[in-house]
Design a protein around this ligand. Structure first.
Ligand SMILES: NC(=O)c1ccc[n+]([C@@H]2O[C@H](COP(=O)([O-])OP(=O)(O)OC[C@H]3O[C@@H](n4cnc5c(N)ncnc54)[C@H](OP(=O)(O)O)[C@@H]3O)[C@@H](O)[C@H]2O)c1
Length: 319
């Protein structure tokens, strides 16, 4: 099978395409013919081994899995003898943010981590509703929100931000979204109630709304800047560690002060996220945001584009 491989941490230059033997599923696993996967920011972290923290999950000195890739959508090609819930030919998708080896034509995965694809949706559509949506769902879950509450999403055009915007709107939340000029129409079409263009204005200077939650999905702002926009007891979450890794220790300090707080969320349970998103997809409340498609031969360009931090939504890799 054709697979993307690497033997060390580094930039896209360490990636190579190789012909490898197809993996064989264990009793509780399925062999999946991968049709679509994404190149996402988690893949970039696993590629470079940065931040260092990530290596405790993916291999300290070198990557424990030679094949990168964290999500997939495809067709079951074989099953282990203990697998009862799926059969050969089923269309499935999945995600594991510690790595799955999905940047290959075939991969194996435990059957209890797989979700069936909703009827009438393509591999590309569902795979673009996985990684960013998982983070967005987990982060939103850390805050208690009711219909009519107000949330600001900074970076509402990324994989996480575009998913967060849609999840929040499905909950009946009022959302202010921040993006750039080229994506103003996209953000409005995803349901934003109010929009700021970060290329023209600084929302932290001009917005006079007060929010239950500020979600910095791009990690480009900071608690210090956003604090004045929060209601008492309001929460700030960033997808990045922030200046001087402050988002690691601010949760403790702000909790002791007992007012506006920073939360450092650790996402868990990818399957639960996919099932939640699948339900929204089926109800027409969540849709894929796809930027570009790449082939395996273009893998370096794909990673370099995603590493630039300029993608809109998701970048698809088709095998
Ligand atoms: N902790 C983790 O394990 C983990 C996992 C995944 C992602 N992340 C982090 O989460 C962040 C978002 O990930 P993602 O996949 O959603 O990212 P992404 O798809 O790369 O998108 C980030 C978005 O941020 C927007 N942006 C860039 N500069 C901005 C600014 N100054 N103000 C507001 N928005 C800005 C970009 O829009 P334009 O194109 O308009 O500039 C882009 O749409 C990244 O920083 C990533 O490293 C962390």
């Amino acid at each position: 099978m054709k697979a993307i491989t690497r033997t060390q941490y580094g930039n896209a230059d360490v990636l190579q395409i190789k012909d490898l033997a197809q993996p064989i599923p264990k009793d509780n696993e399925a062999l999946v013919r991968v049709h679509s996967t994404t190149v996402n920011r988690t893949d970039c972290g696993i590629l470079t081994g940065k931040p260092f923290l990530i290596r405790f999950f993916t291999g300290l000195r070198k990557p424990s899995s030679p094949i990168p890739g964290t999500d997939f959508a495809g067709e079951i090609a074989a099953i282990g003898k203990a697998v009862k819930d799926f059969k050969v030919g089923d269309k499935v998708w999945g995600l594991n943010d510690e790595g799955l080896g999905s940047h290959a034509e075939y991969m194996t995965i435990k059957a209890d981590k797989i979700v069936s694809i909703p009827d009438n949706f393509s591999y590309d559509e569902v795979v673009a509703c996985a990684e960013g949506a998982h983070y967005a769902y987990n982060f939103i879950n850390k805050v208690t929100l009711n219909s009519g509450d107000k949330v600001l999403v900074n970076g509402a055009t990324g994989a996480i931000g575009s998913a967060a915007l849609q999840i929040l709107k499905s909950m009946g939340v009022y959302v202010t979204a921040v993006g750039n000029t080229k994506n103003m129409e996209l953000i409005k079409s995803l349901g934003a109630d109010k929009v700021y263009n970060y290329e023209k204005e600084d929302f932290t200077e001009i917005d006079n709304e007060k929010y239950h939650f500020v979600f910095d999905a791009a990690g480009k702002s900071s608690f210090g800047k956003c604090k004045k926009l929060l209601l008492a007891k309001g929460a700030y979450i960033s997808s990045e560690l922030g200046p001087n890794n402050e988002n690691l220790y601010l949760p403790l300090i702000t909790r002791l002060k007992g007012n506006k707080r920073v939360i450092f969320p650790i996402p868990t349970n990818c399957k639960r996220s996919l099932l939640y998103i699948k339900n929204l997809i089926e109800k027409g409340q969540f849709r894929a945001v796809i930027d570009r498609h790449y082939t395996p031969e273009q893998i370096k360009e794909a990673y370099e584009y995603v590493q630039s931090g300029q993608k809109t939504g998701n970048v698809i890799l088709n095998f």
